[in-house]
Design a protein around this ligand. Structure first.
Ligand code: SF4
Length: 297
């Protein structure tokens, strides 16, 4: 088996920064309550839990602990409520997300109708909507552009969830122009896509075109990991999205298979290392058992 790695994969700078900040703060000895999981990766959350970083769902559960804001960011109401309760805040919001939040605020203040292209349930998007004062419209799919009300202001600003793909955002803008150009006096497209994510997506696509099977490592709840798996699947290569090395199935491989490995921006180095170790074991087992070659499943 030939194992090839994507030239860009794994922890992005924003997630690495958030995890390191929480680890450093937890070392101080006072426990931290993280408002939601620091990243969509159960292994990372588990390790932080051992160091005194607990996950809470609301400010009511924080108690005497310090409150950590995750890399996804939150809306201004959370900061205001934390201040009202006298909570000490450890803010690990990724600077790229902060930039998207500030653009949302600015565009609404300037009288633009703001469209956010993303998943309305995703934490990052909910935070951005908060900075837009609840005045933004969220569209998850470009087909939803056809449902926009006719009486929308003629000045429209658009930004995207940071982990969206370039191809989908481009297509979204294209369709918006096709449908509404005659109603627009001004269109502002704010490129809020994260370079770390788009770089990983390009690297995953490049690798998918060179191999027989792709392994995408990362949390199932991780939007950017799921996008990587989609990109590889759309490239026509059999793709398996796994969270841990234990999920690797030897039946996916043949002794001569070229196996590509990539990982989402929230996937820690140790999870990738465990997957590579298990792949090498499987390779050795396949060679030893002299398994007949066939196409990977
Ligand atoms: S994927 Fe990009 S925006 Fe999200 S945390 Fe990482 S660096 Fe920040």
């Amino acid at each position: 088996m030939e194992i090839k790695l994507a030239r860009e994969m794994g922890f992005c700078f924003g997630v690495r920064r958030a995890v390191e900040m929480m680890e450093q703060e937890a070392v101080v000895g006072r426990p931290i309550a993280s408002l939601g999981s620091v990243v969509h990766n159960p292994q990372v959350v588990g390790r932080l839990g051992e160091r005194g970083v607990a996950v809470v769902r609301s400010l009511d559960e924080v108690g005497e602990r310090r409150l950590a804001i995750t890399a996804h960011g939150v809306g201004p109401a959370v900061y205001e409520e934390a201040a009202r309760r006298g909570l000490e805040v450890v803010d690990t919001t990724c600077p790229i997300v902060t930039r998207a939040q500030q653009w949302a605020k600015r565009m609404v203040e300037q009288g633009f109708a703001l469209i956010v292209f993303g998943d309305p349930q995703h934490k990052e998007v909910r935070g951005i909507l908060g900075w837009a004062g609840g005045k933004a419209i969220t569209l998850q799919d470009e087909a939803e552009l056809d449902t926009l009300p006719d009486d929308l202001p003629s000045k429209i600003a658009v930004l995207a969830q940071t982990t969206h793909t370039e191809a989908k955002f481009t297509s979204f803008i294209h369709r918006l122009l096709q449908r509404r150009l005659h109603r627009l006096s001004e269109l502002r497209v704010i490129n809020t896509l994260c370079n770390a994510t788009t770089g990983q997506q390009a690297a995953a696509l490049e690798l998918a075109q060179e191999v027989d099977v792709m392994i995408v490592v990362g949390g199932r709840e991780s939007a950017n990991t799921r996008h990587l798996a989609e990109i590889c699947t759309e490239a026509g290569v059999p793709t398996h999205h796994i969270e841990t090395a234990a999920e690797l199935d030897p039946a996916w491989f043949t002794p001569s298979a070229r196996v590509g490995v990539t990982a989402g921006a929230s996937t820690p180095d140790f999870a990738i290392a465990e997957v590579l170790e298990r792949l090498r074991q499987i390779d050795a087992e396949l060679v030893t058992s002299g398994r007949r070659e066939g196409s990977p499943r």
